[in-house]
Design a protein around this ligand. Structure first.
Ligand code: ZN
Length: 134
């Protein structure tokens, strides 16, 4: 894996949280994006080499809505950048890690992504992400 690419934070109100993180980090989000397939609205902040992704649910079927039913707002996932997501998925699946999707899917911020179940990772939801190069 290349690096910790971003930390995903589940929020109830993206607008409020954008203002909060803008204040904390001294920077505006460089991108806001709706990911229809995931039913989320996201915003991204750059902090040096890493990023913070804020995620708000756009409807009750969203994983973020379900997460916020059971948990408070807070750290939702850690995302690791990988060179070759298919190879990495295969490597982890062979070792018995539980992947949440069988094929890489298109995530926010121009990435292919795959999630690893928290039960396989000490209670932490992990994301693998690979930049889409076209
Ligand atoms: Zn993410």
């Amino acid at each position: 894996m290349i690096r910790l690419e971003h930390i995903g934070i589940a929020v109830a109100d993206l607008e409020k949280s954008n203002a909060l993180f803008e204040d904390l980090l001294g920077e505006s989000p460089y991108k806001m994006e709706v990911v229809e397939s995931e039913h989320v609205k996201t915003s991204f902040f750059k902090v040096g080499e890493s990023k913070i992704e804020l995620l708000e649910a756009t409807d009750p079927s969203s994983a973020i809505a379900k997460y916020l039913e059971k948990n408070r707002e807070g750290i939702h996932h850690l995302a690791f950048e990988v060179e070759d997501i298919e190879a990495e998925m295969q490597r982890l699946a062979q070792k018995g890690y539980r992947l949440l999707n069988e094929k890489p899917k298109r995530g926010a911020d121009n990435k292919l992504v795959c999630f690893i179940h928290p039960k396989s990772a000490n209670g932490v939801l992990l994301e693998l992400c690979q930049e889409i190069r076209e």
